[in-house]
Write a protein that binds this ligand. Structure first.
Ligand SMILES: Nc1ncnc2c1ncn2[C@@H]1O[C@H](COP(=O)(O)OP(=O)(O)O)[C@@H](O)[C@H]1O
Ligand SMILES: [Mg+2]
Length: 488
């Protein structure tokens, strides 16, 4: 076994992780980007839809009623003027000579412009006028006072007025009917401009309301968004309750229930872990007994077939023993375990060196060059000695196990303190580097026996010491390096 007292000539003068490396190599699980954002958005869209559909319907309704009201309003002044003009013409009728001829226009007040009229006698016979307008209807002939209606004359939309009046000078008492028409173009123009004055402010009002609602919703959803971030940034094994105070009132009952669920889940998981630990504890003695008995039997003279079977039993019992030991070690280092071991001030350099010595025989058996490059000084650490030996032991076990014969494994320590186990074996693919710490997870195709619990133990022990683990490639991109940084 290679031994070096100082780490100065180490090929990695500073194996501590640089800030940028952490992202995919650190054990710390990154935020779990499920598209919760989309769900929140859809809820938001839901609300917006429910608010704005009625609002737009209201706008449509008020536009239609506004249009009708605007037309009505714009008719009133025009009708008034039209009636006044008709009365004026009627009043002038007495002034014109008896021998009137059709087409006589003296009746027209100045600037009557676009107005057309026809004068009828009581029998609806046209007497004079500047256009031929429809004869008055019997109803118009009978009515006292002016009558107004909208119709079209010669293809043009007009407002038609009929006014029955009596003369005093000519045949006293006889009635005449004046029919006047005015194109509705001007009225429509006024109506539309009134409508514009109603609709445009309403539209602006809805735009502002929409903007206000959108901002309000965004602000309203902020606490939920914060909660989502808090959940997504959690570590996979963090089962602490969610902060109810962070949630808006409506969501608080839900968070409360989720917390209750987490609590039940935690209890269940603890129960399960306790069960596994108890089972492992119960299995330890029988497996040890089985192994001892099989070893004894193997020493006896037995037929070859029985020997092969005995060897199988020995091997199987050995594996079972190891598995049970690993299970117990894992249970011992879980946060829920009642820790029997006390935290003490210790020297990480010494523990690392001693553990490396323990593994030297195994390295020799596999023809592996196991080296220890210590810091050359005491590395004080407040921690659990047994657990740290388990951590280093499992890293060395893996390095020796997975590195082919003739390979190189090096354990280094440094101030901080940190320790690093590096080999030039097959390496671990970047996408597997996080998963290998899961319980019972094994990379397929290594061809080596194992339980998949070694790195889970390493993880738990590191957690207990608040240490951070970084998995990277070894020297020159070959092999694997596990860096455990106790200084964080
Ligand atoms: N130094 C290493 N080199 C290559 N692969 C490794 C190394 N350490 C661990 N692994 C991979 O990680 C997996 C999990 O390791 P571990 O938890 O110790 O379980 P086990 O060794 O029992 O399979 C192993 O199956 C192995 O494929
Ligand atoms: Mg292992």
């Amino acid at each position: 076994m290679r031994m070096e007292a100082s780490g100065h000539n180490s090929p990695h003068p500073n194996p501590l992780p640089r800030a940028g490396e952490e992202a995919n190599e650190s054990l710390t699980r990154g935020p779990n980007r499920i598209d919760e954002e989309e769900d929140i958005l859809s809820l938001r869209h839901h609300l917006v839809n429910w608010l704005f559909t009625p609002l737009y319907l209201l706008l449509l309704f008020s536009t239609v009623t506004g249009y009708i009201a605007a037309l009505k309003l714009s008719n009133q002044p025009y009708d008034l003027v039209l009636t006044e003009r008709a009365r004026l013409i009627a009043s002038r009728f007495d002034l014109i000579p008896e021998d009137i001829t059709p087409g006589h226009t003296d009746l027209l007040p100045d600037a009557v412009g676009h107005l057309t009229f026809t004068l009828f006698d009581a029998n609806a016979t046209p007497l004079l006028g500047n256009a031929t307008l429809p004869r008055p209807r019997p109803l118009d002939l009978a009515a006292e006072g002016p009558r107004l209606r909208s119709t079209s004359v010669g293809g043009e939309k007009v407002r038609l007025l009929t006014l029955r009046f009596h003369t005093t000078r000519r045949t006293p008492g006889s009635a005449y009917v004046l029919v006047m028409a005015e194109p509705v173009k001007d009225r429509l123009f006024l109506g539309r401009s009134i409508l514009g004055n109603i609709v445009i402010p309403q539209f602006i009002f809805i735009l502002i309301a929409g903007f206000a609602v959108w901002i309000g919703l965004k602000r309203g959803f902020e606490p939920l968004e914060k909660l989502r971030r808090a959940v997504s940034q959690r570590r996979g094994d963090d089962l602490s309750p969610l902060d109810e105070a962070m949630a808006p009132g409506e969501v608080r009952p839900l968070i409360h229930e989720v917390n209750a669920l987490i609590e039940r889940l935690k209890a269940m998981m603890e129960q399960q872990k306790r069960f596994v630990a108890n089972a492992a504890h119960q299995l330890r003695t029988p497996f040890a007994g089985l192994r001892a008995q099989a070893e004894l039997a193997r020493r006896e003279e037995v037929p070859p077939a029985v020997r092969t079977a005995l060897e199988g039993i020995c091997e199987g019992a050995g594996r079972c023993s190891r598995l049970v030991t690993q299970l117990l070690t894992l249970a011992r280092n879980e946060p829920e375990a009642r820790h029997e071991e006390a935290m003490i001030d210790l020297d990480l350099n010494r523990i690392a060196q001693e553990t490396a010595m323990d593994w030297a025989p195994e390295a020799v058996r596999k023809d592996i060059d196991l080296g220890f490059e210590g810091a050359g000084m005491e590395l004080p650490l407040h921690g659990y000695e047994g657990a740290l030996r388990d951590l280093i032991g499992n890293l060395l076990d893996n390095a020796i196990r997975y590195t082919p014969r003739g390979g190189r494994v090096t354990l280094r320590t440094g101030p901080g303190p940190w320790l690093r186990v590096e080999d030039d074996g097959p390496g671990i693919l970047p996408e597997e580097r996080e998963k290998v710490f899961d319980r019972f997870y094994r990379v397929a195709g290594s061809g080596q026996p194992g339980s998949g619990l070694g790195l889970a133990i390493v993880h738990e022990v590191a957690q207990r010491h608040r240490a951070r683990i970084v998995v990277e490639s070894g020297e020159g991109g070959r092999g694997t390096a596990f860096l455990v940084n106790f200084g964080r």
